[in-house]
Write a protein that binds this ligand. Structure first.
Ligand code: IPE
Ligand code: IPE
Ligand code: MG
Length: 277
């Protein structure tokens, strides 16, 4: 957290928000559905691609802030398998902007010791995009700071299909297809996110209350945070607001909250003792 204060003006709004955050209860993994670029542009009578261009700055700020906060992992939804349905010119522009971001940001990622990875059906991407992604992955592979994981040509359902196929293929190669047993651990170990903790906090901008095929398995117990802010308007304060909201949640994972648990123990102690007699 002290890295974050170093970047803030004492007494500013961001500073006050940062002060309210409990450093011991930060989410280990934040996932973001960056949505609303097109609407941001339309409101300004600009072409949709202007919204995508304006969406780069919030990516930079969010990566920097998570890095300074000491967050372990940040997964950003950049392009879904379904986004191929968009006009060719828009899709081409998204690849150009992604390449621009990767090239421009590499020195900054290195300075902040960010390790860049990506996930999705990467073999379906244009070769130059794949090349630039691989360059950033290789260049940052030795960094031990924030893990920045970008979902590109991603679909939660395809990820599950790929995981199950990989499990079956391994078993076939090892000659143990007949007594193949699949459990939660073996699926999790074959997802693109293997080795990462599940997201604690899932943020979606632009007010849409849906998950749009994002991390279907991993968000089983994520806390959801939807803001009306459009992605190009998402500032550091919006991220800090989301984290503060997350810290107010009572995560029960199907069990009972601490207070309810001790109350329930008291409430049940007598009847249970009577029944047990
Ligand atoms: C999110 O913004 C960026 C991508 C999906 C690539 P949109 O382009 O979906 O913006 P809206 O939802 O049309 O406003
Ligand atoms: C989800 O946004 C995908 C990304 C943010 C990359 P969409 O704009 O594609 O989602 P829908 O179509 O509104 O569900
Ligand atoms: Mg959208």
């Amino acid at each position: 957290m002290k890295d974050l204060f170093a970047a803030l003006k004492p007494g500013s709004k961001d500073w006050r928000l940062a002060e309210a955050i409990d450093p011991d209860r930060l989410p280990a993994h934040i996932a973001i559905i960056m949505d609303g670029n097109g609407r941001w542009a339309r409101r300004r009578n600009l072409p949709r691609v202007a919204g995508h261009r304006a969406g780069i700055e919030p990516v930079q700020t969010t990566v920097e802030t998570c890095s300074r906060l000491g967050i372990q992992a940040l997964t950003l939804y950049a392009f879904s398998v379904e986004n191929w349905k968009r006009p060719r010119a828009e899709v081409d522009m998204l690849w150009r902007l992604l390449r621009l971001y990767l090239r421009r940001e590499l020195p900054e990622l290195m300075r902040n010791r960010v390790r860049f990875t990506c996930m999705g059906r990467l073999d379906g991407l244009p070769p130059q995009v794949r090349q630039d992604l691989e360059n950033s992955i290789d260049a940052t592979a030795g960094n031990n700071g924030l893990r920045l994981n970008v979902a590109i040509n991603y679909s939660g359902r395809s990820e599950l299909v790929d995981a199950v196929n990989a499990i079956v293929e391994d078993a076939r190669l090892e000659g143990r297809l007949r007594d193949l047993h699949i459990d939660e651990e073996s699926i999790a170990a074959r997802l693109y996110t293997a080795g990462l903790p599940d997201p604690d906090l899932l943020i979606r901008t632009s007010g849409e209350k849906r998950v749009s095929n994002f991390l279907l398995w991993q968000i089983a117990y994520a806390e959801l945070y939807v803001t009306d802010t459009l992605w190009p308007d998402f500032r550091r304060a919006d991220l800090l607001d989301a984290i503060l909201d997350y810290q107010k949640r009572d995560r029960r994972f199907g069990g009972l909250s601490m207070d309810a648990e001790s109350a329930a123990l008291k409430e049940w102690a007598e009847p249970v003792a009577t029944i047990a007699q």
